[in-house]
Write a protein that binds this ligand. Sequence first.
Ligand SMILES: [Zn+2]
Length: 95
Amino acid sequence: MKFNISCQEASQLVSQQIDQPLSLMDSMRLRAHLLVCKACPVVHRNFKAIHQAGLKYALRDEAAGGACPGLSSGAKGRIAKSLRQEKGSGDTGQL
Ligand SMILES: [Zn+2]
């Protein structure tokens, strides 16, 4: 298995890790790429900021009684859980 990955592969892993934890190997490959690449850390931060903004919007919607009709209550619950986990991890979510 190759350890060096392309920027395209790195962006796929960044996207994938939003939905599910990466395998140990993929996580190591992504971290190694982010250390040597100048562009991908910026993309990674932007992607994470967009994701967090979406989570905050969804949580605000949930607190307001669910004004977002497109999301099921299950999806809203998963988003709220994810946001609470991110807050608990010490990530302030500041943009
Ligand atoms: Zn890159």
